[in-house]
Design a protein around this ligand. Structure first.
Ligand code: ADP
Ligand code: ZN
Ligand code: ZN
Length: 741
């Protein structure tokens, strides 16, 4: 044993253990924090990330195992990102090793080297022949047609070109290089490198230099370089938010800094990614789950090296290293897709704010319908609030009216005033959108005679029937079974109850037999390219009816919508879940944003049995902040977010008795640890008690004091570690849950 102690490093490894592991560096081997190493762990070797060095070990250094190999010549994760990940691990009470390794692309997690600078992704463009072939309907393969249709769609591909990673994000599948080459051999596509593809004049010349509205300009000017203050950009679709992001990004990139743009989901809103590509040709790295492993690695590496000046990605792109960060944009910040719903249950919106603080850079949150948390932070002056109230194209906001379903009885969801309004809108050559947030044909299959209902045998859920399919499906676990001809208990005829988009589509077809009808929900777009085709069709038609779920309300731009009808508003207003009301209001406003994008301001009709409800009476699609005030008051009274903090402990077991008993045991240390002002509620069966043959109990923690809440959780977790719980018991912590269901 030598006298000079060996240097020690603390390493994060991908194991569900709540600590770093100490290793000795052999003589002559150097590793600093942020580098990956191979370390022995039990009988195997694992890839880990050095988080600390020069540490004093609580163990005898001579007995520590040695680092086997150092994998990176320079740190992969800069200090700011390590700090963010360590914070995330503490805040969400998730093991540090899983958080850190989870932030790396899979290839790096397995120890592959960071690739050298890659050649930029080539851009694919539609040729005149390709456009002609598409219009003539001469392209037979559905996959080929979807590729060409996407490139032909100015909203999806500004300037008519995209690289393959962006295309795969939009299509939801990866077109193979061979597939693209074959289209090029037909003369339908051409391939260019970004260098010989000049920026698209349609985007750059016209758009990048045109004057901003005073509100847009004020938002761009409100950003102070190097100031970590978040900025809320509030404006309905079409109010010019994207243009503001682009101008901000231009300034930041011109200063030599990088921009990170987070989007909820690329397939449903491809325009943003594509517009950024068009404004910053050859400088964008795109990160989303549809990428192949190698593509993901290359995009990540190009951001980490600083080659990509703008990084666009979904949730996990937040953890991309940026050597010269200057700005983070979170588009549609209210979207629940920013919250990871399993494993490391972080909210990328909230951690983006944290990253802004750590890096000392501004974070822009954009939305037509900001979360109550964000609105309250803006009201308190913690965030700068920049509303965009005037639309750049000068259209008027839609008129919002209610139809009282107690007076006008709906038949298959449709009231006479809604049908009349549709008739008038269609007669004027405009489109009608009909929104119903429930898929399928009929919600339930029930026996009026004995009360039997078609339940899933694995979950607390009803089975749903889909038109044209002989089976009933559970939307929670995917279980399906044949639709019974008669009641299995008493043999009586079965009734189909409730209303889904498919049944609504059929009812609308009977009322408007001459009008083109398009349905938009997760069932109708299941096959690849179906969404693009549907959108293309909607844009190509004048008068048409589009019926669908919340998907209708997502970012797509439809110019000819004169009327939006919301079939059932009450469903969300009277739900027990924490944010159901908030989500309903967001949905209504987002849907209203579809109406009146053209010259004439449109109409929104809400069918409700409670037109006197304060939130319905206060509906003003153009002033969301004012509209949600009653909701904020309600939250203040109940101590719910943003006025109090929540954490949910979910306990899951294969049988109900175990789940209940163990949840009771877990609650004991929580109650013992509970700091003053922390309430421990439950355990109680989760609103969906049984899912996929497993039983769920939950314990809710509530406190006005975030620190006290976290201290309680921290202490309780220590106690749980010593409890010797059965292995099959699953315990999940959800800090700041989006839903209590
Ligand atoms: P959002 O992101 O809020 O939906 P966009 O930035 O996409 O809004 O703007 C909506 C439309 O208005 C787009 O077609 C955009 O090109 C156009 N636009 C945005 N800002 C301006 C402006 N200052 N002058 C003219 N047109 C604008
Ligand atoms: Zn029966
Ligand atoms: Zn089920």
């Amino acid at each position: 044993m030598s006298d000079t102690p060996s240097p020690i490093v603390r390493v994060a490894i991908d194991r569900p253990l709540d600590r770093l592991f100490d290793y000795r560096l052999p003589a002559g081997v150097e590793a600093v924090p942020g580098m990956r190493v191979r370390v022995p762990f039990g009988p195997t070797r694992l890839t880990g990330v050095v988080m600390e060095d020069g540490a004093d070990s609580e163990f005898d250094p001579a007995r520590l195992r040695a680092v086997a190999e150092v994998l990176d010549p320079t740190p992969l994760l800069p200090p700011s990102l390590r700090e963010l990940l360590a914070f995330g691990s503490r805040y969400y009470h998730h093991p540090i090793g899983e958080v850190v390794l989870g932030a790396l692309p899979p290839a790096l997690r397995r120890g592959r080297p960071l690739p050298e600078a890659a050649t930029p992704e080539p851009l694919w463009a539609l040729t005149a022949d390709g456009r002609a072939a598409l219009q003539a309907g001469a392209i037979r393969g559905a996959r080929q047609r979807a590729i060409l249709a996407t490139l032909a769609d100015p909203a999806a591909a500004p300037g008519g070109r995209l690289d393959r990673p962006t295309l795969s994000g939009i299509l939801g599948r990866r077109p193979a290089p061979r597939e693209m080459e074959r289209l090029a051999e037909h003369g339908w596509l051409e391939c260019r490198t970004p260098d010989d593809a000049p920026p698209d004049p349609a985007d750059t010349d016209a758009a990048a230099d045109r004057p901003l509205t005073p509100e847009q300009q004020a938002a761009v000017d409100a950003l102070t370089p190097g100031e970590a203050r978040p900025l809320l950009l509030e404006g309905v679709t079409g109010s010019g938010k994207t243009e503001v992001y682009l101008r901000m990004a231009q300034r930041v990139v011109a200063r030599g800094e990088q921009v990170l743009v987070l989007i909820p989901e690329i397939a449903l809103t491809p325009q943003l990614a594509a517009r950024i590509q068009a404004r910053f040709p050859g400088q964008v790295a795109l990160l989303h789950s549809g990428l192949a492993e190698g593509e993901r690695l290359r995009a990540w590496a190009s951001a980490a090296r600083g080659d990509a000046r703008v990084v666009v990605g979904t949730r996990s792109a937040l953890f991309t290293p940026l050597p010269e960060p200057g700005l983070i944009v979170v588009d549609e910040e209210h979207d629940a897709a920013f919250k990871q719903q399993d494993g490391f249950r972080y909210n990328a919106r909230d951690l983006a704010i944290k990253r802004g603080q750590v890096e000392g850079i501004p974070v822009v949150l954009g939305s037509a319908t900001p979360t109550l948390e964000t609105l309250e932070a803006a009201r308190q002056g913690r965030y700068t609030h920049c509303p965009l109230r005037t639309r750049p194209d000068g259209t008027a906001p839609p008129r919002v009216e209610t139809v009282d379903t107690r007076v006008h009885t709906p038949d298959e969801g449709l009231t006479p005033p809604l049908l009349d309004a549709m008739q008038a809108t269609l007669a004027g050559g405009q489109q009608c959108f009909v929104l119903l947030n429930r898929r399928g044909y009929a919600r339930t299959l029930a026996c009026d005679h004995c009360g039997w209902v078609a339940d899933c045998r694995h979950c607390d859920a009803r089975l749903t029937i889909h038109a044209g399919q002989p089976r009933a499906v559970c939307h929670l676990c995917g279980h399906h079974e044949p639709v019974p001809a008669r009641c299995p208990d008493c043999g009586a005829e079965l009734a189909r109850r409730g209303l889904g988009t498919q049944r609504l589509e059929q009812a609308l077809a009977r009322h408007f037999p001459q009008t083109p009808l398009i349905r938009l929900d997760r069932d109708s777009i299941r096959h690849k390219g179906a969404l693009e085709e549907a959108l293309e069709r909607i844009r190509s038609l004048d008068g048409a009816i589009v019926v669908g779920t919340q998907m209708l309300a997502k970012g797509h731009d439809f110019p000819r919508v004169g009327l939006v009808g919301v079939v059932d508003v009450d469903q969300g207003l009277y739900s027990v879940d924490l944010r159901a009301t908030e989500h309903t209001l967001q949905l209504i406003v987002q849907a209203a944003g579809r109406a009146g994008r053209g010259e004439s301001g449109g109409r929104v009709l809400l069918q409700t049995g409670h037109p006197e409800h304060p939130l319905i009476r206060g509906l003003d699609a153009d002033d969301y902040t004012a509209m949600v005030r009653p909701l904020l008051d309600e939250r203040a009274d109940s101590g719910f977010p943003p006025f109090g903090h929540l954490a949910l402990v979910r306990v899951e077991a294969a049988d109900a008795a175990t789940a209940e008993a163990r949840a009771g045991e877990l609650a004991v240390p929580l109650r013992q640890a509970a700091a003053p002002g922390v309430r421990v509620l439950g355990p109680a069966p989760a609103p969906r008690h049984r899912v996929n043959r497993r039983y769920r109990e939950q314990i809710l923690l509530q406190s006005g004091d975030r620190r006290a809440l976290h201290a309680t959780l921290h202490q309780a977790r220590r106690a749980w570690e010593g409890m010797n719980l059965p292995r099959e018991l699953r315990i999940a912590l959800d800090v700041d849950p989006v839903s209590l269901a």
